[in-house]
Design a protein around this ligand. Sequence first.
Ligand code: UDP
Length: 238
Amino acid sequence: MDTPIYKRVLLKISGEALAGDKHSGLDFEVIGRVCDSIQECVKMGVQVGLVVGGGNFWRGVKDGGGRMERTRADHMGMMATVLNCLAVADVLEQKGVDVRVQTAIEMRAIAEPYIRSKAIRHLEKGRVVIFGCGTGNPFFSTDTAAVLRAAEIGAEVILLAKNIDGVYSADPMKDPKAVKYDFITYDDVLAQHLQVMDSTATSLSMDNHIPVLLFALKDPHNIVRVVCGEKIGTIVKE
Ligand code: UDP
């Protein structure tokens, strides 16, 4: 078995990644493989906090923009994240992984409310904690929620699993000259408006000195690789 280089990580998975090639809804084949990798990390003794997005069901601005009031549309987005949390929790449980879902907006009949100290206790006991409802506030993203929870639980790194394999100088789909960075600073990401996370999330990770490791979820085993220090993707730090 490989040796992990982190003790506690915050993994962020976008909603779209959970939809696989369908781009909406849930692809349980993909979720199963993601959960296999999470289980492998837990077996290696890594404490895993997980933030999932909701974009496979609803994004406030994209899907509600012009038709709905922004705050309410964002409430729907936060509800969407809970659908994903419950699906991932269920698959992890089926594999025998201990898991708790905590939501930033209370819905006690189906999940625990987010309480930092309880979340940390779960992690220490080897349970995966899935954080739902993003930050609990409209006008934010689940990337920002990932940074916020990482800061709160003292995660050493944010593992940003995306549909792209790293940070590029330009959109590699549009510009054949785009180069992939192994390393980039937060300042450069912000100054060059690079597509890593939104600027709120990037600033929050910069201010709290939490490195962000962006890599491709296409092969979910990449989660285990980055946890064991394999040099894939792009690391964003000072
Ligand atoms: N959202 C929100 N506050 C948060 C996190 C998310 O209002 O703290 C809403 C927002 O409408 C967003 C949607 O939930 O578009 C889904 O989150 P996100 O777009 O970050 O999901 P992802 O792109 O990662 O699947």
